[in-house]
Design a protein around this ligand. Sequence first.
Ligand SMILES: [Zn+2]
Length: 243
Amino acid sequence: MADNQKLRTPPKIYQYSIVSALMDGQTLHGIQLKDLVKQGDFGLGTFQLADGEMILVDGTAYHMRHDGSISVVEPTTYLPYAMVTFCRPTVTTSVSGMLKPNFQKHIEDITPTAKNYFLAIRLDGVFKKVQVRAVKGQDVPGAKVMETITKTQKIFNLENVEGTMIGFRSPACYQGITVAGYHLHFISKDRKAGGHCLDYEVQEGSAGITIIRSLDTELPDTDDFCKADLTLDHEGIVKAEGN
Ligand SMILES: [Zn+2]
């Protein structure tokens, strides 16, 4: 693709499967990382059997596990749920001394016309604290992911840590397709700690925001997906994601 064509292409999110399928326990199949990275160099997801949290930073995917270990993901690894984009921020901002609600309010304030659009968010900086979790995963394939999270998640409280937070804010009406509101993952600069963000306090950092109006969702081509119960479980998702 010529560079000028690339520039004219509006940013798009690619998503494999939907959150409601994940909640129903659809975690056995997925997209291989080598195919996912053709759709974006920035994003998040999970692994087969919901074993851990994935963050995709500058084209490299990391597997953040419940035992605190982190490794680079192999190209042939399957991801049953992932949301990625090519992050090309159009709005940038400096952030200092902000708790999670203040940061979210700040993002809303600097993107006043984007309330009903998607935002891809990246925040690099020093955090006073970051509370992250990583799920151990299902003992039994197909187990409801809400129960899996409650039973197996391990919470880590990181303090005075430098790192990168990456994720999306989705419009409320997309609950069940994506996670409505904010869904962010964190990895430390030394790549030794991270997970799904539950809470955080930014000391100093810079954020880049991309406003996105296009979501490309690929639904799994599996018998399990055809049989899945995709009834929206709003409260379950809010609880599972810690929003
Ligand atoms: Zn997550």
